[in-house]
Structures are given as structure tokens and as C-alpha cells.
Ligand binder design. Structure first.
Ligand code: ZN
Ligand code: ZN
Length: 582
């Protein structure tokens, strides 16, 4: 066989292995449905469209009133009817998964609107600041076009807040307080710097006047909502409010829609408890090894948790300084990339670099560092690693943050957020042929990959295989595991603040501050905290299965590339796709 024939034969084989996504008439019909449905979906959700880089409706704003909700439910129901009309046996495997993802998305949207009804009891759902700040910040069109879009969207801010006030019914105190704080901060987006920018633009004189009028009306609407919330808060404090605990039934439903796990929440909860016990055992071994080096001749406590806590406390003293925080992170990213390349962890793409920058002002205060991705519709835009500079922090606060993100932990944070964590996962996800899998990304796959990536790096020898980096990783991993335990106990049981702080400080070695912040987060959202451990456990199980199946043929890099090649689909669907050889 000559070379040319060999090439043709390989081509034919590849074609057989990966059939064209539109190979059957049903596949063609499905592709058309996806196209038109996504466009209609973005028209209904223009702010979400902007986040994923779909700018066609960048001049539209949604108003959260009853008419919009009715339209939403009609849309979901229509889409579900059409989805039910497809003969799934005639669809490619990839399209079958897309169909399941869309079904989950529309069922979930309908459930949120008609059953969960957080639009009534979470006043914090209403805030225009982020969507405007993002639009002013993102370079998606010439400056004046962006300002014209902002001008168009500003018009509906008063109607937006009027709808918000009309929706709110028996809210929780926690979400009311959050809404109050965040909307107070929202006023900053509509500041004088914005008006100066408008003044300096080439908008017409009349548009400039209109801009000013609308900014004033927006400020007024926000201030009015803030006043409404402040008096609501007083009433709730006096007369009692709805409990933030959603209870077993809603929790199980939300877990099913949000996580799409291979496990039930009961299974995952039991797995997390067992994992915690096993981590404690391994941590004790590491702590005993580290004791003489870091604690010298001090007597070892007989209590296991005290022993581990003492060593971790000592490790936390090794850390950088506030003024070098951003710089240290910036230097570490290329080192991680080099390690990933030299140890064959997963493919990288130098044409899609990660830009480390100081966190934009409007995002500060939520997290110390996170990756900001442009989304599948705008795949060539920059990916940013936003890091909060610590110079401006009060010294005590900076010190406590740096003890948490000590020399070892900071590396794990960078692995998780950047390489090979969230950043590389998004680079791969944006290259999948399937928009649906990238757009309706599964949070458990995304967080699970970041956690799995940490473990993969350490298994490959990153950090020198020292007991210090392993003990630190175990603490970090314990946080993911405990997130699942406490979320279930808080939202479906009766765990209170004091019990939570006691649990996290003693059994997960967290600081008082971190535990208190966790309480706040766990009262404000539900289920999301389970995504880290759920995704990690599912990916790990899949990896072990593949290892057993392939034996000596198993390659870490092949597995990782494969895993990421399906976009952010739920791991249980990725498992199906891998098995079918797609
Ligand atoms: Zn210090
Ligand atoms: Zn993450």
C-alpha cells in the first residue's frame, strides 16, 4: 500500500469514527432547531447573551415583569415540545447529548420561574450594575457604538426596578440585606467618569443630553430601590422573614437541574463524609512527617485534628507580601505552563494566552482571583486572570488573606483558576464543535476539572512531591469535600452558624473569617457548593474506569484532552460519549 492510499484509508476510518454531525435528516433538522432556538433564547435573555459574547441584542434590556415570565414559560414549553418530536435514535451521539442539555435547560428555566420562584424571595436578583459595567468594560465594538447601546438600555432601568419591587413577596432577610448592599454599590457605575466619557464621545449633542437625563433617572431608580429595601429590611427584622433554608424537596430538584450528577444528593453526601475521614487519616501521616522540621521539639498533640491544625498553622506563616501578590501570580503562570508542557498533562494553545491583570474595580470584594472568559461566541477575545491587588487592603486583612494563600496554597490557587484549571478548560471548551455544550456549561464539570487538575499536577510531581504541598492540597481538597457536607446540612437540615463555624474551624482547619464568610455564602445560594466535589468525584471515577479499561495504554494527556474535548458537558454524558467512541 503506498502512502497516498494509507492516508486515504486513515481518512475513511476517521470519517467512520466521527460521522458528520449533520449526517441524517434528523441531525439537519436538529441543527436548524438549535440555531433558531438559541437566537430566540438570547433575544429573551440579552444580558446573558452579552456574557457569552453574543452581541446582536447588546442594545436590549430585559424587564423582569409578569409578561416577560409568561413569555419565558411559553418559550420553554414550545422548545420542550419540539425537542420531544425528535427521533433520538436518528441523532448522532453528540446531538443526543445536546438534546438532553437543552431539555434540562428549558425544564430548569421553567422550574425556576414557576416552582422555585426566587424572583419573589431573592431581592438580590435585581441589580443592573454588572450588566452595564461589563458593557462599558468589554471592547466588543467601537466606543461610541457601545455608548449608544448603553444609552438604549438605560431607558428601561426605571421599569426594571418598578418590576422588581412589584415581584418581591415574603423575601428572606439574607437576600434583602445583600440586595441592599449591592444596589448601594451599583450607584458607582453611573458616576461622573461615565458622563465625562460621554461628553468626550462623538455622540450627537441631543444624545448627550438624553444620556445625562437617563443616567439621572437610573440613579434615581436605584436609590429608590435601595430605600425600598432599607425599609423592607426593618420590617423583616421586626416581624420575621422567610427562612433561607429551601428544604429537602426543593434541594433535590435543584441539585438535579443544576448539577446533572451521576449521583443522587444522598449518595454524594455519604461519599463526602467518607472522603473527609480518609483525608483526615492521610493528613495525620503528613503532619507527623512534617512535625520535627516545622515544630521542632514541641510536644505533638495527641488529638489528630489539633496535630494537623498546628502544622498547617505553621505552614501559613510562609507567604509573600501584599505589594508582591499580583507579581508573584503573574510570574507563576508561565511556570505552570512549562510544567504542563514538559509533563504531558494536557494540550495548551499559545495563540490564546492568559492575561494576568488587576481586578476591575466593579468586581472587587467578591473573590481574590478568578478567570474571566469571553465565551464561545467571541472565542478570540482575551481571557483574563483577574487578581485583586492587596496593597490597598488594611494590613490585618492582607495578612490573614496571605496566611490563607501562603506559598503552597497560592500555587494551588493558580493551578485551579488558571493552568491547567479554569483557563485551559475554557480554551478547550471554546473549540468544541458544539455551541450547546459550551453555552449550557455544567458547573460540576467546570469546577470538577479545576479540582481534578490540582490533583493531576501533584501526581505528576508538581511542587516537588513534598509533604508540605500535599498537606496543603489536602486542606484545599477538604474544603471542596466539606462544601458538600455543609451545603446539605444547612439547606436541608438545621445546621446553624455556630455549628458551621465550629465544624469548619476544627475539621476543615479554616480560619474564623473564612468559616463566617462560608456561612454567608451558604445562606445566599444553594447547591452550587456541591459542584466542586461532585465534579471531582465524577471525573476521578471516569479516569479510574478508563485506566482499568486501557491498562498500559492509558495516557494522562490523552485522557485529559479527550475529557475536555466535549466542552463543559455533564461528566455523565462525557462518559457516554467516550464509551461510544465519539
Ligand atoms: Zn505574615
Ligand atoms: Zn473554581
Amino acid at each position: 500500500m503506498d502512502r497516498r492510499w494509507l492516508a486515504l484509508a486513515i481518512f475513511a476510518l476517521l470519517t467512520m469514527l466521527a460521522p458528520d454531525a449533520s449526517s441524517t435528516p434528523e441531525d439537519v433538522r436538529f441543527a436548524k432547531f438549535v440555531d433558531s432556538t438559541l437566537d430566540a433564547y438570547w433575544k429573551l435573555n440579552p444580558e446573558d447573551a452579552f456574557v457569552v459574547g453574543y452581541y446582536k441584542y447588546a442594545d436590549r434590556a430585559s424587564i423582569p415583569d409578569a409578561a416577560t415570565r409568561a413569555e419565558q414559560i411559553r418559550f420553554d414549553t414550545d422548545c420542550l415540545d419540539t425537542l420531544a418530536s425528535f427521533d433520538v435514535k436518528q441523532l448522532s451521539t453528540s446531538n443526543r447529548v445536546d438534546l438532553e442539555l437543552l431539555r434540562n435547560q428549558f425544564e430548569s428555566d421553567r422550574w425556576y420561574t414557576s416552582v422555585f420562584r426566587s424572583w419573589q424571595w431573592q431581592p438580590s436578583e435585581y441589580n443592573v450594575a454588572n450588566s452595564f459595567a461589563r458593557q462599558l468594560d468589554r471592547d466588543y465594538a467601537p466606543n461610541d457604538t457601545r455608548l449608544a447601546h448603553v444609552l438604549a438600555r438605560l431607558k428601561s432601568v426605571p421599569a426594571y426596578y418598578a418590576a422588581a419591587k412589584a415581584n418581591i413577596d415574603r423575601p428572606t432577610l439574607e437576600h434583602t440585606t445583600l440586595a441592599l448592599e449591592q444596589n448601594q454599590a451599583a450607584l458607582d457605575v453611573f458616576n461622573d467618569a461615565l458622563l465625562q466619557k460621554v461628553e468626550a464621545s462623538t455622540l450627537s449633542a441631543s444624545d448627550k443630553v438624553l444620556f445625562k437625563t437617563r443616567v439621572e433617572a437610573a440613579r434615581g431608580a436605584i436609590a429608590d430601590y435601595v430605600a425600598f429595601l432599607a425599609s423592607l429590611k426593618v420590617k423583616l427584622e421586626k416581624n420575621g422573614a422567610r427562612s433561607f433554608r429551601i428544604g429537602k424537596e426543593l434541594y433535590a430538584q435543584k441539585f438535579r437541574y443544576d448539577i446533572q450528577s451521576a449521583y443522587t444528593i444522598e449518595q454524594l453526601y455519604q461519599m463526602a463524609r467518607a472522603e473527609k475521614a480518609s483525608l483526615h487519616e492521610r493528613m495525620e501521616l503528613m503532619a507527623r512527617v512534617l512535625w520535627p522540621k516545622h515544630m521542632g521539639a514541641a510536644p505533638m498533640p495527641s488529638d489528630r485534628l489539633e496535630l494537623i491544625g498546628a502544622v498547617l498553622g505553621e505552614l501559613s506563616k510562609h507567604h509573600t507580601t501584599p505589594d508582591r501578590f499580583v507579581e508573584v501570580i503573574r510570574k507563576q503562570v508561565p511556570e505552570l505552563e512549562k510544567f504542563v508542557r514538559e509533563h504531558d498533562i494536557v494540550d495548551q494553545d499559545p495563540t490564546r494566552p492568559l492575561v494576568v491583570r488587576e481586578m476591575p474595580a466593579y468586581q472587587r470584594g467578591y473573590t481574590g482571583a478568578h478567570v474571566e472568559t469571553p465565551g464561545p461566541y467571541d472565542p478570540t477575545a482575551n481571557t483574563y486572570y483577574d487578581v485583586t491587588p492587596l496593597d490597598g487592603y488594611p494590613p490585618e486583612k492582607a495578612e490573614s488573606l496571605l496566611r490563607e494563600y501562603n506559598d503552597w496554597m497560592l500555587q494551588l490557587l493558580n493551578i485551579h483558576e488558571a493552568v491547567p484549571g479554569h483557563y485551559l478548560q475554557f480554551v478547550h471548551a471554546n473549540k468544541t464543535g458544539s455551541l450547546v455544550k459550551s453555552l449550557f456549561g455544567n458547573g460540576a464539570m467546570i469546577e470538577g476539572w479545576a479540582v481534578f487538575g490540582e490533583r493531576t499536577m501533584l501526581d505528576a510531581g508538581y511542587g516537588g512531591n513534598t509533604p508540605e504541598i500535599w498537606l496543603t492540597w489536602m486542606k484545599w481538597n477538604l474544603r471542596a469535600v466539606c462544601n458538600t457536607i455543609i451545603d446539605v446540612e444547612i439547606q436541608t437540615g438545621d445546621m446553624n452558624r455556630e455549628q458551621l463555624v465550629g465544624f469548619l474551624t476544627r475539621e476543615a482547619f479554616q480560619s474564623q473569617t473564612e468559616a463566617e464568610e462560608k456561612w454567608r455564602r451558604a445562606t445566599l445560594e444553594q447547591v452550587q457548593l456541591t459542584s466542586y466535589y461532585d465534579g471531582y468525584a465524577e471525573i476521578r471515577a471516569l479516569r479510574d474506569e478508563e485506566k482499568a479499561r486501557l491498562g498500559k495504554e492509558f495516557r494522562v494527556k490523552d485522557f485529559n484532552n479527550r475529557l475536555l474535548s466535549y466542552g463543559s458537558a455533564p461528566v455523565r454524558y462525557i462518559r457516554e460519549l467516550m464509551r461510544d467512541g465519539n
